[in-house]
Design a binder for this molecule. Structure first.
Ligand SMILES: Cc1ncc(COP(=O)(O)O)c(C=O)c1O
Length: 414
């Protein structure tokens, strides 16, 4: 029995973590070209246009709109889908606020669907339980690079005439039955913020195969200016839309980053698969479930601890792991999204109860603890740590060693 680092033993993590550079010459070259254009406006320059061309080709989608963030891309998709005051939009309770903000800005009502306990994604079954006559769309979050079960979700959406927005902010190069997440729903939304697989500082992308949706989305990301001049009444703005335009500098960095994304995701997939293979037999340790026909790009690695089987609390496991030199966090977001004050007190906008008390909605919705029991249980039992494409094989083996050591110790105490 190895002595835990927590008790003065040697750390499992002995080597320096692998590192690397995310940005380099290709980004500099693209930025120089962007500046040499003497314009940084997407409509006059070529970088954002080239980014959209390249991205939609990579995804096999017909159309792409570039935006200023992942949050913006989801809002654009919802706006293009016609989501408006009084509608309900179904969304995951374990996600970034960016999945939800656009719903509220459309004065629509977020309805939270529970999650599968091991994939951490919404399922057709949990979505169906939330459908009402008010449901207009569903935002399907593919959490941490692991795809949701899209065939069943698409069939359900079709049956109920609901728009499917895929939130792929955490899931570049994430494959559902061989198809890329983001190319399956009515819209696929991506983020280029600095914490994602690839970064342009901030930025977002929206994919769609529907021509009308594309033009509506393009307008919605650009104050509803009809730059394509398809409408003879182009000067008549039909409804409000924000300015979510991507600029040429962001487009330039994004273009260079796209060349890196496949390699980054392939390495992360390799690391994630190795971890799961090695950790799945440890008592009380439940790695994230990725169906054998799917492929995750592991934006992070989140597993669950069964305290009885593991012989310790999730916090004890997490602390012991940290002492071994493996930085990690118990849980993910501190609580389900619906436990935020803005939902509990229904204050979407400062000083009012909009949009929850809208006359167009005319229903009561209740947000409270217990709404999504699986999601709450996931957050109460999970341990999460970052994965990097720069991890060496030694890093990965040392993480595994740390888990084995910690597990063996607590098993011996049972
Ligand atoms: C699942 C998910 N959706 C949406 C967003 C929002 O993206 P952005 O930060 O680019 O607005 C994020 C970002 O963290 C995310 O993780």
């Amino acid at each position: 029995m190895e002595k835990l680092a927590l008790h003065g033993g040697e750390k499992a993590k002995k080597s320096e973590w692998g590192t690397g550079k995310r940005f380099g010459e290709p980004e500099l070259q693209q930025l120089k070209e962007a500046l040499d254009q003497e314009t940084l406006f997407y409509w006059f320059g070529n970088k954002v246009k080239a980014l959209c061309e390249k991205f939609k080709t990579m995804y096999g989608s017909k159309y792409c709109v570039a935006t200023s963030s992942g949050t913006a891309s989801i809002h654009v998709a919802l706006g293009a889908a016609g989501v408006t005051e009084g509608d309900e939009v179904i969304v995951s309770p374990i996600t970034d606020m960016g999945s939800v903000i656009g719903i509220l800005y459309q004065n629509a009502i977020p309805v939270f669907a529970d999650l599968d306990p091991h994939t951490y994604n919404m399922t057709a079954e949990t979505i169906e339980a939330c459908i009402s006559e008010k449901t207009k769309a569903v935002v399907v979050v593919h959490l941490a690079g692991n795809p949701a079960e899209m065939d069943e979700i698409m069939a359900l959406a079709k049956k109920h005439n609901i728009t499917v927005v895929e939130d792929c902010a955490q899931s570049y190069e994430c494959f559902y039955k061989g198809r890329k997440a983001g190319s399956i729903g009515d819209f696929g939304c991506f983020s280029l913020n600095d914490f994602k697989h690839i970064s342009a500082g901030d930025g977002g992308m929206v994919l769609t195969n529907d021509e009308e949706s594309f033009y509506t989305a393009a307008g919605f990301a650009d104050k509803n200016y009809d730059r394509y001049q398809r409408d003879v009444h182009a000067s008549e703005i039909p409804f409000i839309a924000p300015n979510y335009r991507m600029n040429e500098l962001t487009g330039a960095v994004g273009l260079a980053q796209l060349d890196r994304v496949e390699g980054i995701c392939a390495r992360r997939n390799e690391i994630g698969m190795r971890l799961t293979e090695a950790l799945k037999d440890l008592p009380g340790v439940y790695p994230p479930e990725v169906k054998d026909y799917n492929k995750s790009s592991y934006w992070f690695y989140m597993l669950r601890i069964d305290e009885k089987e593991a012989g310790c609390t999730r916090e004890e496991f997490s602390e012991a792991l940290a002492a071994e030199g493996i930085p990690n966090q118990p849980g993910y977001i501190p609580f389900c999204v619906y436990m935020n004050k803005l939902f509990l007190e229904k204050t979407g906008y400062m000083g009012t109860h909009a949009p929850f008390d809208s006359k167009y909605y005319g229903k009561e919705i209740e947000y409270k603890a217990g709404l999504c029991p699986n999601a709450e249980e996931i957050l109460n039992t999970a341990i999460r740590f970052g994965i990097s494409e720069f991890f060496t094989d030694t890093d990965v083996e040392e993480i595994i060693h740390a888990f084995r050591k910690v597990s063996a110790y607590f098993q011996s105490k049972k």
